[in-house]
Design a protein around this ligand. Sequence first.
Ligand code: ITT
Length: 190
Amino acid sequence: MKLVFATNNAHKLREVQQTVGEAFELVSLKECGITEDIPENEPTLEGNAFVKARYIYSRTGLNCFADDTGLEVEALGGEPGVRSARYATDGHDDEANKCLLLERMEGKENRAAQFRTAMALILDGKEYLFEGIVRGKILHEQRGEGGFGYDPLFAPEGWDCSFAEMSAEDKNSISHRGRAVRKLAEFLNK
Ligand code: ITT
């Protein structure tokens, strides 16, 4: 089955393709001719995921899904949350975002945090929502070279390393997006 996945992030596309398997051919935004930025101005992850999915469905008429992910830090009242991509600047500046997070976490004893993904699917015009969460903690400094985004600062529960120090397979097996995508794949396979 062909499905449009609403992302321009090559890391995410690879991660998700690995998780859903070969039964689904994922098509990126670029591949279906959408080059403009889709606005993500909703106050929730779910809202943003649906805005993206509806936009693609109305432009292409193709079955599609879209995700929005946020890093929710307990000591910061759930921040950066829905603003994770635009935490430090208007753009997607990963380095600036990580620096700001470390700055805001200075002196905080409670390091608990979670990544949460909301995944919106539109299948033959009907809408569905899937969620994935992974709990963990914010490290005091960056560790590892793999992954992307906030990965070097996040250590998942039960692991003695950051997401950026894990193989893509290990990260996928426990990650927020991995969990949401497996729920989506299970639903599609039914
Ligand atoms: P698209 O919108 O094109 O899919 P994006 O990188 O903006 O790509 P999100 O809006 O879902 O993806 O991500 C929001 C922020 O959270 C952004 O700063 C990402 O780098 C970060 N993020 C998302 N998933 C992550 C993950 O698995 N590990 C670390 N950081 C992640």
